[in-house]
Design a protein around this ligand. Structure first.
Ligand code: ARG
Length: 493
């Protein structure tokens, strides 16, 4: 009993400690236009050589053609630059939510986008290509008849593919979040081809010799421009500097630097059937993936502790016997258990700035959602635990004049917690693994780090398998730790 309370207090203390640490220095804070002196760029770094992660030496740095240009622009205009990331289809929403000052992501101005954001002048022209396995003879749009074609969600490649599908019969589209995923789908034969911009396709074809790409002859090229929130005062100064860079040939120079080089990937293992995994290709990136661990742990610790507190409150509401409170707590639980966690996460992350004006960081949104969600689950477990404690105890305490809340805190809760420890461990394991979901809103935890490495190396399995191994080891550690704790609690009885 002594131990259970000590445990509760330690947990509380840990939460407070972590909160105070994270509020002071949160490396992943999603602040937009921090001060007047810093501009925030948001990009989708799955697009080498425009933007991708340089993972050498365990650093997580986004580099590429766009980033070089952004750096020059910021410098010329006297700003510091901060780079954030999201999936491509989250970029414009990020501008609308005022999460960033501008987007550079090889983004093409289209009429629909122009309704929502403002664009700079075009700084680079590219063409679409069809990427397909060598010898598949899928070279022109008409060859795609009856084929499955992959595109990145929310891009003009998606739109262009839809246009082609109107003319060519039987095309089935598959939209994915990231370009490397699209390429992987071709390699695994789940789609027949993909539509990808030329410079990007070139890199993937170099890294995967079993693929080839052919430019689609089309009326319009897809130029890249910078996107800003509507009526941003940055458009004009940015255009001026861009024009200067064009005139002085600086843009052309950067284009040569990034687009004509051979992509810096090691030669991939040949793809001649069989399971040819080659972990040596990700060796240099292992430190990078490992750096996701502290964040995953921090995230889990925070969500579990706060969820436990919140769950306890809810469970107490459920057993008060005060009807409206019970009803509220039950309604809450049913909503949070009745909708997907991923959906809750997206809602909290994207809706909070719009509804409250508070620019919630991805990490905060994650912790908040997971706390709200796991509180709902835990409240049921804790309620069960409380009700399982022998009635005689509360009666005895109350008859001795111990106030209700003190009796709960001192007598009932510690026993209930001890009984439900295994269930709490289950919940923690669940949260640890579900933490991978926050990768979808751009927190670079373990899964996201692995995906980044995959995108960089144009490979897929190896980093994911490695990430799986890390999760497994963490869960095992947790399991052992929990059984040790349980043993000690039993002994202290
Ligand atoms: N140019 C295309 C578009 O504007 C694709 C850009 C994709 N960019 C990226 N970073 N994934 O829709």
């Amino acid at each position: 009993m002594k131990y259970t309370k000590a445990w509760l207090l330690t947990m509380l203390f840990a939460v407070m400690l972590v909160i105070s640490i994270t509020s002071h220095s949160n490396p992943l804070q999603a602040v937009s236009s921090v001060g007047k002196d810093t501009l925030t760029l948001i990009t989708s770094p799955d697009y080498p050589p425009y933007e991708f992660y340089d993972t050498k030496g365990g650093d997580r740095q986004i580099v590429g053609f766009d980033i070089d240009i952004a750096n020059t622009l910021a410098k010329e205009l006297g700003f510091k630059l901060k780079v954030m990331e999201s999936d491509f289809n989250g970029l414009i929403p990020a501008l609308q939510a005022n999460r960033a000052d501008f987007v550079m992501a090889g983004m093409t101005p289209t009429p629909e986008r122009q309704k929502n954001v403002d664009f700079s002048i075009i700084y680079y022209e590219a063409k679409d290509t069809i990427v397909a396995p060598k010898n598949s003879n899928l070279k022109q749009p008409k060859d795609l008849s009856g084929k499955k074609v992959g595109v990145q969600l929310g891009t003009i490649q998606e739109q262009n593919a839809q246009k082609i599908a109107q003319k060519v019969a039987g095309i089935q589209l598959k939209q994915l979040n990231k370009v490397p995923e699209v390429v992987q789908e071709i390699k695994s034969g789940r789609i027949d081809a993909a539509i990808v911009e030329d410079t990007v396709a070139k890199g993937f074809a170099q890294a995967n010799p079993d693929l080839e790409f052919n430019v689609i002859p089309s009326e319009e090229a897809s130029g890249s421009a910078i996107a800003f929130p509507k009526d941003s005062s940055l458009v004009e100064p940015f255009n001026k500097v861009l024009q200067q860079m064009k005139d002085k040939g600086e843009l052309a120079k950067l284009a040569t630097k990034w687009f004509s080089q051979n992509v810096a990937v090691d030669t991939p293992s040949s793809n001649k059937g069989g399971l040819n995994l080659d972990f040596s290709r990700i060796l240099p990136d292992i430190p990078f993936i490992l750096r996701g661990i502290p964040l995953t742990l921090l995230f889990t610790l925070l969500s579990v502790s706060l969820g436990l507190i919140w769950g306890t409150v809810l469970s107490l509401l459920k057993i008060t016997g005060i009807k409206p409170l019970t009803w509220l707590a039950n309604a809450y639980t049913s909503v949070f258990r009745g909708t997907p966690l991923l959906l809750q996460l997206a809602l909290v992350y994207y809706a909070t700035p719009q509804l409250t004006g508070y620019d919630i960081s991805a990490l905060e949104a994650g912790v908040l959602t997971f706390t709200l969600n796991s509180g709902a689950y835990m409240s049921e477990t804790i309620r069960g635990g409380i009700q399982a404690v022998d009635k005689g105890q509360s009666e005895a305490a109350l008859s001795m004049g111990v106030p209700y809340w003190l009796m709960m805190w001192d007598v009932i809760l510690p026993q209930a917690l001890k009984n439900i420890l295994p269930a709490l461990v289950n919940e923690t394991i669940g949260l640890l693994k579900d933490s991978a979901l926050v990768s979808t809103i751009g927190v670079v935890e373990i899964l996201r780090s692995a995906q980044i490495v995959g995108a960089n190396k144009y490979i897929y399995f190896e980093p994911l398998l490695f990430a799986g191994l890390i999760y497994y080891v963490l869960v095992m550690g947790l399991t052992f730790g929990a059984s040790a704790l349980e043993r000690r609690l039993r002994q202290s009885e």
